[in-house]
Design a protein around this ligand. Structure first.
Ligand code: ATP
Ligand code: MG
Length: 357
């Protein structure tokens, strides 16, 4: 094995099981024999352990990726609901076939699943992270880099439209919003517990009362639902010459059609709080994203209010829970926290980010 940097015992346990699963998978796939399987890199995250492996077979040397679910206390609502390795594996299997026909838009092809280890294996995507490319939306950044960034966001819009089409769009009762409202309550609880001086006591309760009223307004109505990525943002999008590849389907489920689109719009608005960001460039990136998506579907205002509130609440929690960092980042986080807090405290009186609002 190559150098192992973290969770030594978990890794030791995983390696032989993974090897076993791979031998079985590759045996079916043309009878290849594994000569060696070495750890190249371990990405130990709060919600997962991603390992990049070097796989040597008789006629090939390739990289593959395993992702193992971590049961983090902040994510138990998702990880206790179902085996998320199976959830991710299955949706990737369905989507990877469909995205084959879509230019510049893809998902990693899954290779095997080991349910008892809450692990699945997928192909390695040799690409950078779109979050790093947001630096091209700053003043004085290279024009070519910015054009490329805008193009990637256009493809993100295309990807989302196809994703919704592939997973299917249908009508459902307003109870589908329960998950979003519950997540708001959960994150607001954490925010209030943190006792940050920028978050007034009692605001969380006012917001929750407002969100329950919004849900009540929808009683007897139907809302549009589709597949939800659940964490649709540049941090989960890999970019290279083949366009964009969206990763990380942890928590995939059916949800309101507005949720993923608004996730990206809230993120792009939030980038404006970066001290060197160009508002004009970010607006152009947003327009390209929406152009890629195409016409937005009709969605009731209460649904939009719930979705946008959820993303803003998560943004506030992100600002509060972030560890110590440099002064510039602290200022940016402070700006973002205050802006989102002010939006939330206006209880629906502010303009929404949804393009038709
Ligand atoms: N198939 C892949 N090919 C190459 N890199 C990958 C692949 N899948 C995941 N990664 C890398 O691992 C990182 C983490 O994966 P993922 O987003 O699925 O897990 P996560 O627990 O949500 O982590 P994070 O909090 O960083 O988003 C990705 O940002 C990406 O850099
Ligand atoms: Mg992720």
């Amino acid at each position: 094995l190559g150098p192992v940097t973290t969770s030594e015992s978990k890794l030791k346990h995983l390696v032989p099981r993974l090897q076993e699963a791979l031998v079985e998978h590759l045996g079916h796939d043309g009878g290849k024999r594994i000569l060696s399987l070495a750890v190249e890199r371990v990405l130990s995250r709060p919600y997962s352990m991603v390992i990049i492996w070097r796989l040597k077979t008789q006629d090939d040397l390739e990289r593959i990726v395993s992702k193992t679910v971590v049961h983090h206390p902040e994510n138990l609502a998702i990880t206790d609901r179902a085996n998320q390795a199976i959830v991710e594996y299955e949706i990737l299997l369905a989507l990877s076939r469909r995205f084959q026909q879509v230019e510049k838009c893809s998902v990693p092809r899954p290779l095997a699943i080991i349910p008892e280890l809450e692990t699945y294996i997928m192909e390695f995507v040799d690409a950078g992270n779109l979050a790093d490319d947001l630096r091209y939306a700053r003043y004085l950044a290279a024009r070519e880099g910015f054009d490329c960034l805008a193009e990637h966001y256009y493809h993100c819009g295309c990807w989302l439209r196809h994703f919704q089409e592939f997973t299917g769009i249908r009508r459902a009762g307003p109870e589908v919003l329960d998950a979003a409202v519950d997540r708001c309550a959960d994150r607001l609880r954490l925010i209030e517990q943190a006792g940050d001086r920028h978050w007034p006591a009692g605001l969380g309760e006012r917001i929750m009362t407002f969100l329950h009223e919004q849900q009540a307004c929808l009683s007897g109505e139907e809302v549009l639902v589709t597949g939800r990525h659940g964490d649709f943002g540049p941090w989960n999008i890999l970019v290279g010459s083949n366009g964009i590849t969206v990763v990380d389907f942890l928590g995939y489920r059916e949800d309101t059609i507005a949720i993923d689109l608004l996730s990206m719009l809230v993120l792009l608005e939030n980038e404006c709080h970066c001290l060197t960001s160009s508002g004009k460039r970010l607006a152009a990136v947003r327009d390209r994203f929406l152009e890629g998506f195409g016409p937005v579907p009709p969605v009731q205002r209460p649904v939009l209010l719930i979705c946008e509130s959820l993303h803003r609440i998560c943004t506030v929690w992100g600002c509060i829970s972030q560890g110590r960092d440099d002064i510039r980042r602290r200022i940016e986080r402070g700006r973002s926290l205050q802006h989102n807090r002010d939006w939330l405290s206006q209880l629906g009186k502010r303009k929404l980010l949804w393009p038709a609002d």
